[in-house]
Design a protein. Structure first.
Length: 402
């Protein structure tokens, strides 16, 4: 048995939870009145008067509750890009399936059927996003004491991984391929090569690079000064044309190589020269910007990247694969500590780095396989407890008994 008093939206409510039956009552603006109602209800329930629970609870339709969740929680707690994605999931998938149904009547069996149907049309990763959103809505309802269980919980076994695992493998550039790519980019698009050079040398996300400001760069005294880095303070949202916080909400510092320092200094000098010609004394604060001073339009950057890949004779990849190339080169060619790489990439935990890059790139560990071809004598020499004479005596004794 339980009677609780809570305030929501400026009003005071009394929530009753008795033997699995629930009811809520709005008392008004007075907390004192709500506490008085609570005492009276507790007395009635103690005496066995459960008539106040006999009335059928008012239906709470999933569609109405989901729209309230989007308006009152998601728009406040999430970035505009996340709001757009979640709103699309709710209105395109969840409302057609559960919108006209009472939230409290949704069963686990219905959710499983929903998952199976979506798997027939969408990739597993997207289906996981659908289930994750449904789970978040139901968890919010539990917190508000509308539900006492989550029908979308513990569905991992019903969300299989893709059958073709090779499609999910990361195939980044090697350091030699990356050098050839950057040289081709500098020859073909010299005015924008610094942007791609920054992605390849820092592992920044595309939006993080577009949000880079000149004030975020610590140059150091000279090229040999180790105190040189670029800060990640913001990311650029091209859909809403706004600057937001980085992906995990935390700023970080990324070490700046000598070549990257030289490329950024060259770009800054070019900007100052252009400003002087135009009669200006300052340059736009954004590093990678267009003529208007706003960040570069990301719509045409992928086409530029693909064209350079083709001109360089390399496989066609995504711009985001420059980030993967940075990580794999650091880990498997330069043998950098994985903790360092995780911090440079801005991962929320080292587990993400291990799960993403924990499998060596094909061919990097071929020496381990070649060690199997070593002569048996070498293997015996390194065996810690090998005693040839004793083994021979025991073997002769065994054969004599047979």
């Amino acid at each position: 048995m339980g009677v609780k008093v809570r305030q929501k939206g400026g009003k005071w409510y009394v929530f009753i939870n008795h033997q699995g039956r629930r009811k809520a009552k709005c008392v008004g603006d007075s907390k004192r009145a709500a506490e008085e109602v609570k005492r009276k209800l507790e007395a009635k329930l103690t005496l066995g008067d459960v008539g106040l629970l006999d009335a059928a609870p008012q239906a709470i339709f999933f569609g109405d509750y989901a729209e309230q969740w989007l308006a009152h929680y998601v728009t406040v707690a999430c970035k505009p890009s996340s709001v757009r994605i979640l709103r699309g999931i709710v209105r395109n998938h969840l409302l057609p399936a559960f919108g006209a149904q009472d939230l409290r009547s949704i069963t686990r069996s219905q959710v499983k059927t929903f998952v199976v149907q979506k798997h027939q049309r969408y990739v597993p990763r997207y289906v996981k996003s659908l289930v994750r959103t449904l789970h978040a809505i139901c968890a919010h309802a539990i917190d508000e004491e509308v539900l006492d269980r989550n029908p979308a919980a513990m569905l991992g076994r019903y969300l299989p991984e893709p059958h073709n695992v090779l499609q999910r493998k990361i195939i980044p550039f090697t350091s030699a391929e990356l050098a050839h790519y950057l040289a081709t980019m500098r020859t073909r698009y010299p005015q924008h090569s610094a942007y791609f050079f920054c992605l390849a040398r820092t592992g920044r996300r595309e939006g993080e690079a577009l949000g880079l400001s000149w004030d975020d760069i610590q140059w150091g005294q000279d090229a040999h000064d180790p105190h040189r880095f670029v800060s990640v303070q913001r990311t650029y949202d091209p859909v809403h044309h706004t600057f937001t916080t980085p992906k995990n909400g935390r700023s970080r510092r990324v070490d700046m190589s000598q070549e990257l320092r030289e490329a950024l200094l060259e770009l800054r000098n070019q900007r100052f020269d252009a400003a002087v010609v135009q009669g200006k004394t300052t340059i736009p604060p954004i590093v990678f910007c267009g003529a208007s001073g706003r960040p570069l339009a990301p719509a045409w950057l992928p086409a530029m990247h693909r064209r350079v890949c083709a001109l360089a004779g390399l496989r066609i990849t995504r711009i985001h694969d420059l980030r993967h190339s940075y990580a794999t080169i650091q880990l498997y060619e330069h043998h950098a500590p994985i903790q360092y790489v995780s911090e440079q990439l801005g991962h929320a935990s080292i587990k993400i780095t291990v799960d993403t890059y924990g499998h060596p790139r094909q061919g990097t560990s071929i020496a381990l396989a070649d060690r199997l071809d070593q002569p048996a004598g070498n293997a015996l020499r390194y065996a810690p407890s090998a005693q040839p004479e004793r083994v021979t005596r025991e073997a002769s004794t065994l054969f004599s008994i047979g």
